[in-house]
Write a protein of this length. Structure first.
Ligand code: PAF
Length: 278
């Protein structure tokens, strides 16, 4: 496994791979890798000749300084895990090099970013699009792998690819859950043991909402989820929305289109997100 700390090092690797006509899979991450990342890495490895995994805590996608500072970092641990899944190249650049020049371009995703995470985290998706676009350019990957837990991020990345005609396939991968149902996330490691023990309640409530969707109205299901969190003082619900799976616009009445429940909830000072497909 080769580790590139500089952009030029990655570019030379990619040039060689392209000469050899190898297919490239890219797994963009912010490190603190967990089983969810590793399942994406294994898939990327299976479906391409070469897997590049980027490990970069992207400062410009954090709208909260404290969140950026607290974001877990463990490059040595990440490298050991990536070695185990036979990743070929790790790209771990410095923020100084990536943002040697202040980004001048601002991305726009219209109504896709005016909902859910968008209003809660101003500038977040512009930051994500900036780094993802750079990674796509540098890696010249054929496929890039993203987890469905960040449902809105996947929609934004697909729109980025559409807007800029980037020749890359976006591969959406199912959520990886711990045995008790909690969606794996780098942020989970910041939960106290007590909070970790009750965190699976999020998935349980969402699963129940899926069975209620069969008989109740959208607003009744929304009311159910909101009341479940209101009565559990450990949790603070930031939002729960039932949205159209393609447009991400809130749905008022059940129709033929696929819908998804998207949630952001605070527990023990940690912001957790999850989704439920209906
Ligand atoms: O999902 C993440 O970890 C990040 O948003 C990403 C896609 C690596 C961009 O920094």
């Amino acid at each position: 496994m080769q580790v590139c700390y500089k952009i030029d090092e990655l570019l030379s690797c990619v040039e060689k791979l392209k000469e050899e006509k190898k297919t490239i899979g890219l797994l963009p991450t912010m490190g603190a890798l967990h089983q969810g990342h590793l399942s994406l890495a294994k898939r990327g490895k299976r479906e391409n000749d070469v897997l590049i995994c980027s490990v970069f805590v992207n400062p410009i996608q954090f709208n909260n300084k404290e969140d950026l500072e607290k974001y877990p970092r463990d490059l040595d641990g990440d490298l050991a895990l990536l070695e185990e899944v036979e990743c070929d190249i790790v790209f771990a650049p410095s923020a100084e090099e990536v943002y040697a020049e202040e980004p001048e371009f601002t991305y726009s995703f219209g109504s896709l970013e005016s909902v859910l995470e968008g209003p809660q985290r101003p500038g977040h998706f512009n930051g994500v699009a900036t780094i993802v676009h750079k990674l796509f350019n540098w890696s010249k990957a054929d496929r890039a792998y993203f987890g469905e837990k960040d449902f809105q991020q996947v929609a934004i990345v697909k729109d980025l690819v559409r807007q800029f005609n980037i020749p890359i396939e976006i591969v959406e991968c199912p959520i990886f859950r711990d045995e008790d149902g909690l969606a794996t996330s780098s942020r989970n490691r910041r939960l106290s043991p007590e909070a970790r023990a009750i965190a699976p309640k999020i998935h349980k409530i969402l699963m129940k909402s899926a069975s209620l969707m069969k008989t109740l109205s959208v607003s009744q299901v929304k009311g159910y989820v909101e009341s479940e969190f209101k009565m559990r003082k450990e949790f603070t619900l930031e939002y729960f929305e039932i949205v159209d799976a393609t447009t991400l616009q809130p749905v008022k009445i059940k129709g033929d289109n696929k819908t998804v429940g998207c949630i952001a909830v605070w527990l023990d000072g940690v912001r957790l997100i999850d989704i439920q497909k209906y």
